[in-house]
Design a protein around this ligand. Structure first.
Ligand code: SF4
Length: 284
């Protein structure tokens, strides 16, 4: 199936988000999904435009709020493969509260963060993922705040699927998205997606020199949470691959007493026309 649509992305040439878009489209197709099976909810930022570039249902939400919408969507229609996406500012600053609670709640959705360690859409300010000392217009003398490590954070709050990739590795990125979709529960995938216009430090070459992959370690066990944390701490979080996966933890939906297989959107709610009209009037 072709998940491309006719909308031309207006990202800068070379932006890492192009690869994330291509990997998403490939992962949907290789997972045997049809466009009507997939819904993408995005936040605000350059990367937030991605929901408009895929031949699937798209919802461009408000800043930092893709996760509440995506979780509601999944609970209303469990047949949908629901993807939330956005940038590191969207997910780890204004949306951090939602990120933490979505992780611990564990609704079966996949959250793909395009992490460029800067605010691109607003022309280059320091983000919660910028390293200390990082100089931008908002921190001309260098950032004096510590950077959030999203992978360590996710492990700490009990995530069942934690993976990381980089835009230059289309194959690896497609693979982690496929696995995130297959995972039953909340999946966090952080993608180093370089902003070629405003971040001149964390470039494609920089990642090539600094990233290590769990796939290169024959003794690595992604079901071992302590090993995952140690690996991340040893490499300042610069680790790619499926860092941790807990296949035993049930998704939120499976734990709701009396929850039906089919989502609300597919259930016969058995309300009369009169009740329906009353409800729609109340919410009008
Ligand atoms: Fe990509 Fe940066 Fe351009 Fe935004 S400003 S489209 S993040 S390269």
């Amino acid at each position: 199936k072709d998940f491309r649509n006719k909308v031309k992305p207006n990202w800068c040439p070379g932006c890492g988000d192009f690869s994330v878009l291509a990997a998403m489209q490939r992962a949907f197709a290789s997972s045997g999904l049809e466009p009507e099976d997939v819904a993408i909810v995005s936040g605000i930022g350059c990367s937030g435009r991605i929901s408009g570039y895929v031949n699937a249902y798209g919802f461009h939400g408000v800043h930092g709020r893709s996760l509440p919408i995506a979780q509601g969507l999944k609970l209303a229609n469990r047949d949908l493969t629901v993807i939330a996406s956005g940038g590191d500012g969207d997910g780890f600053a204004i949306g951090m509260g939602h990120t933490v609670h979505a992780i611990r709640r564990n609704v079966d959705i996949t959250y793909i963060v395009m992490d460029n360690q800067i605010y691109g859409l607003t022309k280059g300010q320091t983000s919660p993922r910028s390293e200390m000392g990082f100089k931008t217009k908002s921190t001309p003398n260098g950032s004096i705040e510590a950077s959030i490590n999203p992978m360590e954070m996710a492990l700490t709050v009990g995530a069942g699927f934690v993976a990381q990739s980089v835009s230059s590795d289309l194959k690896g990125l497609t693979h982690v998205i496929e696995e995130g979709i297959n995972h039953k529960g909340f999946s966090l995938i952080n993608v180093y997606s370089p902003c070629v216009t405003y971040n001149k430090i964390n470039t494609y070459d920089w990642f090539k020199e600094n990233l290590v992959s769990v796939n290169d370690d024959p003794n690595y066990d992604p079901s071992d949470r302590s090993m995952a944390m140690q690996k991340l701490m040893a490499h300042n979080g610069l680790v790619t691959g499926i860092i941790y996966q807990n296949k035993e933890r049930p998704a939120y939906e499976e734990m709701i007493s009396g929850f039906k297989e089919e989502g609300l959107a597919k259930q016969d709610l058995k309300i009369t026309e009169e009740q329906f009209n009353k409800l729609t009037t109340e919410f009008a």
